[in-house]
Design a protein around this ligand. Structure first.
Ligand code: NAD
Ligand code: TYD
Length: 351
């Protein structure tokens, strides 16, 4: 038995594969084109592990994907490959259309053709799991109830619009062709191996380099945060028990403002690696707001909790402590990923 994971060299994908192989001996075929966000060193510990097979292939390459499916006959395909950073989607939306919409379409076509040829029993057991985001639901006002699975899709950024489009395609492939799909919509993840373009690793990285800590607008935007290990356990649970055609929201019950997160990171760094003088919080700098910045995301994950007794194991406090420790102990990883493309990106976004 085997599963295919797309985007398995990225942040969530690599955490998922490492956790999967810690729990199971089932082979993982990792389809990843190694974009700027894909990093082989995330999977270095699996270098000699025959249960992990990396295929450096773009999900838009339908023929290559079809060959992989034919060769390995997976019982499931989990789609994590994506362009994932909102700010990049504002500067350069085309790549988001290319991968998130056209890539998912191409992948679905390859999977549909493969699935159609399976014997009845395998056909029934097969799953296509789409890993999506809470951002497809749009933005909440302070007093609004958290997003549940029946909220209308109201995406506001090119990133969330492209993810919404791919989710719609996945839904349509179930409704039209009967493909056994599952969709998860998760809140903001944080944890080890996250590229330092996203808020939490960016703040840790900048603080340690004595660079300004950029807060967009008033810093009072709210996100729900989930440690990546809890996201991975929820995906495993949905893959195992989810009802096909259903959507499952995944969240951490941890709504935080951006400024509170940045202050919490500074306080942890002040304890663990004090500056020569003053606090890391002295580096906080308010900068121009992100265009179209969503004010608040919050996730109601009662369906997942009630149906599968899933609970996040990390609180935001325990998860952030572990994350800061990981970045402090893995300076070489951060150094390696903060190379040419990263420097170019920070110049484009922050100068
Ligand atoms: P990431 O940017 O860290 O990794 C994406 C991976 O996909 C990289 O390894 C990249 O090389 C690969 N990839 C990109 N385009 C590809 C293509 N055309 N073909 C093959 N591989 C390609 O992203 P992430 O944060 O790990 O997110 C993974 C998934 O989870 C995405 O679908 C994202 O929308 C979703 N998600 C992320 C979060 C979050 O907070 N990071 C929250 C909810 C949902
Ligand atoms: P991010 O990590 O990019 O995730 P998303 O936009 O998908 O929620 O950003 C999280 C929040 O932090 C978001 O409200 C934007 C804000 N932010 C900053 O204030 N400064 C920054 O430099 C970055 C990258 C994000």
């Amino acid at each position: 038995m085997s599963i295919v994971v797309t985007g398995g060299a990225g942040f969530i994908g690599s955490n998922f594969i490492l956790e999967w192989l810690a729990h199971s001996d089932e082979t993982v075929i990792n389809i990843d084109c190694l974009s700027y966000a894909g990093n082989l060193s995330n999977l270095q510990s699996l270098q000699d592990d025959r249960r992990h097979m990396l295929k450096v292939v773009n999900i838009n390459d339908r023929d290559e994907v079809a060959k992989i499916l034919d060769q390995y006959q997976p019982r499931a395909v989990l789609n994590l490959a994506a362009e994932s950073h909102v700010d990049r989607s504002i500067h350069s939306p085309a790549a988001f259309i290319e991968t998130n919409i056209l890539g998912t379409f191409s992948l679905l076509e390859a999977v549909r053709a493969y699935w159609n040829e399976l014997a009845a029993e395998e056909k029934k057991g097969f799953r296509f799991l789409q890993v999506s985001t809470d951002e497809v639901y749009g933005s909440l006002a302070a007093a609004d109830a958290a997003f549940n699975e029946s909220n209308q899709y109201q995406p506001n950024s090119p990133y969330s619009a492209s993810k919404a489009a791919s989710d719609h395609l996945v839904r349509a492939y179930h409704h039209t062709y009967g493909l056994p799909v599952l969709t998860t919509n998760c809140s903001n993840n944080y944890g080890p191996l996250q590229f330092p373009e996203k808020l939490i690793p960016l703040i840790i990285h900048n603080a340690l380099a004595e660079k300004p800590l950029p807060i967009y607008g008033d810093g009072l935007q709210i996100r729900d945060w989930l440690h990546v290990s809890d996201h991975c356990s929820a995906i495993r649970r949905v893959l195992e028990k989810g009802r096909t055609g259903e959507v499952y929201n995944i969240g951490g019950n941890s709504e935080m403002t951006n400024i509170d997160i940045v202050r919490a990171i500074c306080a942890l760094l002040d304890q663990r690696k004090p500056r020569l003088s003053g606090s890391y919080a002295d580096l906080i700098e308010y900068v121009a707001d992100r265009p179209g910045h969503d004010r608040r995301y919050a996730i109601d994950s009662n369906k997942l909790q009630e149906e599968f007794s899933w609970q996040p194991l990390e609180t935001f406090t325990s998860g952030l402590e572990k994350t800061v420790s990981w970045y402090l102990s893995n300076a070489a990883w951060v150094e390696e990923v903060s190379n040419g493309d990263y420097l170019q990106w920070t110049k484009t976004q922050y100068s």
